[in-house]
Design a binder for this molecule. Structure first.
Ligand code: HAM
Length: 422
């Protein structure tokens, strides 16, 4: 029996890679326009980094990590997210001496042992951004605006909603959690089993539960915004003022809690209604104190990650893949030898060209030109070689004209310019 891919792990097929490339290019271009520089990180790290970074009580660390012992006996983990590794690199390479904020981005595969479903995989990809060393709330607003500019660059901004919240500083959260538990405890029996367990372990996560029975209770829960210290409250107010100044629309959603424990103050998520249960396309927030906990300087930080599979899903199938400008169709060996260098010259000019190898009949080759989506076909057999002119066929109209083979490459390159300008 043939071996199949691991459950929850998928191949990204050639029919999809055009969309992936577009998404990756939009991310790169948007981030670099804001001054972010790329950093490339390893896909596995010491297990301890994630336990310390993401939090022992999170679902990710408790039950979703791909951890293993290597042959030297070290416990290693395939990264479930990029922030912890990026901060490890920030500390290790002494980035803190650079002008603040230090702006970095990275992208690549992440690994979480979750139950696979549409939009949720065990290997998935994120584009991840971090701004390090700056507490000014203007950074929060700019980071969020940049995230939305990425979606705008892909024409998706109208289909997404930006939710922002503040979960305060650690002390505020302590106060809030006590209030929340006081509110939830008397109603515990109405909550799902998972939430009853969370009540003791990590009560904030109750707010994030999707089980219908829990919703009426969650809806009436006290708001974390009422428990913010004056400083955290002022910080959030200024984030909102800056977002307003940028003309960036958002909803304030006090029930927005994130699945990672490192956040303080600003948190945000970008949600869609189009992907069923997997409604978060991107999420992030501030994590002042985390760099210090990982053994580095007391530098604050804020960032986000975009789930690239979900963005690609939103783009849909309509997106055209890459197509060649032309299929060169030699009819026979002599014509093949004449057209091979033409194809090469065209490709060297950066124009995509496909070449037949002379073994198939003309109607089959024209069919193939249509399938490839080529705008033109060039046909040459013995007769054409004798006159020194090939037939150039526009595939959409079927119109044909003769072109000297000596000038064919130049003609095709000129046509590519015209196609691009259309
Ligand atoms: P996160 O919310 O865990 O945040 O993940 C960010 C995004 O990754 C999600 O909104 C979702 O689109 C995508 N994602 C997560 N899990 C899966 C999965 N199993 N399959 C497909 N897509 C998935 C973080 O990872 C933080 N490190 C973000 C951050 C950066 N915060 C500050 N800096």
């Amino acid at each position: 029996m043939a071996i199949k891919a691991v459950r929850g792990v998928r191949d990204i097929l050639p029919s999809e890679t055009g969309r992936w490339q577009r998404v990756e290019a939009a991310a790169r271009q948007t981030f670099e326009s804001y001054g972010y520089r790329e950093i490339r990180l390893p896909v596995f790290e010491r297990t301890e980094l994630f336990a310390r970074g993401i939090g022992d009580e999170t679902d990710i660390v408790k039950k979703e990590m791909y951890s293993f012992e290597d042959r030297g006996g070290d416990s290693l983990t395939l990264r479930p997210e990029a922030t912890a590794g990026l901060l490890r690199a920030y500390i290790e390479h002494g980035f803190q001496v650079e002008a603040k904020p230090v702006r970095l981005y990275t992208a690549g595969p992440m690994f979480r042992y979750e139950r696979p479903q549409a939009g949720r995989y065990r290997q998935f990809h994120q584009a991840n951004v971090e701004a390090l060393g700056e507490t000014n709330p203007a950074v929060d607003a700019e980071v969020i605006a940049m995230l939305m500019d990425f979606f705008r660059a892909l024409g998706l901004h109208d289909r997404l909603a930006l939710h922002v919240n503040s979960i305060g500083d650690a002390a505020d959260r302590g106060v809030y959690i006590a209030r929340l538990v006081e509110y939830l405890r008397p109603q515990a029996t109405v909550l799902c089993g998972e939430c009853q367990a969370r009540l003791g372990r990590n009560p904030l996560r109750v707010l994030d539960c999707k089980v219908p029975d829990c919703q009426p209770v969650i809806e009436k829960a006290p708001s974390i915004l009422d428990s913010l210290s004056p400083e955290a409250g002022r910080h959030f107010e200024r984030v909102r003022e800056y977002l307003d100044a940028l003309g960036q629309a958002y909803a304030v959603t006090p029930r927005l809690v994130r699945g990672l424990d490192y956040y303080v103050r600003t948190t945000f998520e970008v949600l869609t209604t189009e992907l069923g249960a997997q409604n978060a396309v991107a999420g992030g927030g501030r994590y002042d104190g985390l760099i210090e906990r990982l053994g580095g300087p007391a530098d604050p930080g804020i960032g986000f990650a975009i789930g690239l599979e979900r963005v690609v899903l939103l783009l849909g199938d309509a997106e055209a893949g890459s197509r060649p400008l032309v299929l060169l169709i030699p009819l026979g060996e002599a014509a093949l030898r004449r057209l091979m260098p033409v194809a090469r010259a065209v490709r060297q000019a950066g124009v995509a060209a496909e070449l037949g190898y002379g073994g198939r009949k003309l109607p089959r080759e024209l069919e193939r030109a249509n399938k490839l989506g080529a705008a033109y076909a060039v046909i040459a057999g013995d007769n054409e070689l004798a006159t020194g002119e090939a037939v150039l066929r526009a595939m959409s109209s079927g119109e044909q004209r003769r072109v000297p083979i000596a000038g064919l490459a130049g003609e095709l390159i000129a046509l590519a310019g015209k196609e691009a300008a259309r």
